[in-house]
Write a protein that binds this ligand. Structure first.
Ligand code: GDD
Ligand code: MN
Length: 372
């Protein structure tokens, strides 16, 4: 068989062993008469998906396998798979049978013959359905994520979060190095990244229930999605990490005030006449707690990718963070005091102090607490 390859279907997999064989069969049936290959991009799944994929590949050489070691993520797996084919058109679809392969010929026709750059299957287009999905919670969440994504990126599709699409490989290859490759939102990323707007054909999808196994979309993925949106929206002006750090810092102020207020409420009338006042003790407790809360949140969110784990690492990190913040506090108060002496109004001076202190805290903690 020497017909030139027309289509590659990229199947990112994480623990999909039980779904592969039937999927390959469905692909073969749907793509009758088309010269195709499938590329299974597996992230070293513990269930042995890659072994199963290789077994299938020995029986049917149209099936290729990329087993990635030490890397994770649907979007980056899809990008790697798409870049690994010589076919002029490439599709990405889930390997769990939620995407009907029967749509592929129409998608291929749109791109190969009708002049579209990209065709995709929408769960929210007219004629589409999500009932069989059996996850009303996910339908709602997905609808919300879609509308948020449309607002932020200016993309107008009904389902830019869809994981089922087909495009000219060349379009992808040209911009692949600029894609973020984080999380699940690969289609959205492509649409928001390419310079010239793509001509897109939308097909309604009857989104099925997952066949075997379970979904890998968890809270981390949702958080990554929000971060990705922010990054596209404002990331160039205020870097994402600094924005997170600042937001958490502001939250720390709220925590501080709440603790101080309840402390004063409880002990305000007592301890009178002692050397330290209730305010001084309350202020100290509030500062330590707020700083600890900040440390924990920054460790979990701002530096999720460099998260400190284990008691010793956390204790050392906390101590370094405390040291950094106390110097930051000195810088904060110092700058504000100098500005007031030079005649600046107290509030703008205080604000300037806060900004200087935060930048200091951010710069130093990123290097000494979460740096290498
Ligand atoms: N290689 C690799 N690495 N594959 C992965 C990873 C990963 O880290 N995470 C998930 N996959 C594979 C799964 O094995 C599956 O074939 C496909 O990517 C989709 O993952 P699911 O876990 O089934 O996602 P879902 O059904 O919950 O999410 C659906 O909706 C999302 C938007 O709401 C999918 O259609 C997604 O593609 C879509 O973005
Ligand atoms: Mn799925």
């Amino acid at each position: 068989m020497t017909r030139p390859l027309q289509l590659a279907v990229v199947l990112p997999t994480l623990n999909e062993r039980g779904n592969l064989r039937a999927l390959v069969e469905r692909l073969g049936a749907a793509l009758e008469g088309i010269a195709w290959e499938a590329i299974i991009v597996d992230d070293n799944s513990p269930d042995g998906t890659a072994d199963e994929a290789r077994t299938i590949s020995l029986e049917d050489p149209r099936i290729r396998v990329i087993q990635r070691i030490g890397r994770r993520g649907l979007a980056s797996a899809a990008i790697e798979g798409m870049c690994s084919t010589a076919a002029p058109c490439v599709a990405v679809m889930d390997a769990d049978h939620q995407h009907d392969p029967a749509l592929l010929p129409a998608m291929l026709k749109a791109v190969a013959e009708e002049g579209y750059d990209l065709a995709y299957a929408s769960r929210f287009a007219e004629g589409a359905s999500t009932e069989a999905w059996g996850r009303p919670d996910r339908v709602k969440a997905s609808g919300f994520a879609n509308s948020l994504a449309r607002k932020v990126t200016g993309v107008t599709l009904s389902d830019p979060m869809s994981g089922y699409f087909l495009l000219r490989t060349e379009v992808l290859r040209k911009d692949a190095h600029r894609l973020s490759g984080v999380g699940f939102k690969i289609l959205l990323d492509i649409l928001a990244t390419v310079d010239a707007p793509l001509k897109v054909k939308e097909l309604p999808l009857a989104f099925a229930a997952r066949a075997e196994g379970e979904s890998k979309l968890d809270r981390t993925v949702v958080f990554e999605f929000l971060i990705g949106l922010y990054d596209k929206w404002l990331g160039r002006i205020i870097p994402t990490r600094f924005a997170l750090f600042g937001t958490i810092g502001a939250l720390g102020v709220v925590v501080h005030m709440a603790i101080l207020a309840s402390f004063m409420e409880m002990f305000g009338g007592t301890l009178m006449g002692t050397i330290v006042t209730p305010f001084e003790i309350g202020q100290t407790v509030a500062a330590v707690v707020a700083m600890t809360v900040n440390f924990v949140l920054n460790n979990a969110l701002t530096y999720a990718d460099k998260r400190l784990r284990g008691f010793t690492a956390l204790a050392r990190g906390w101590a370094k963070f405390a040291l950094t913040c106390s110097v930051g506090l000195l810088a904060n108060v110092g700058v504000a005091a100098v500005l007031v002496r030079f005649g600046m109004h107290e509030y703008p001076a205080a604000l300037s102090g806060i900004v200087v202190g935060s930048v200091w805290n951010f710069a130093l903690s990123s290097k000494f607490v979460w740096g290498k």
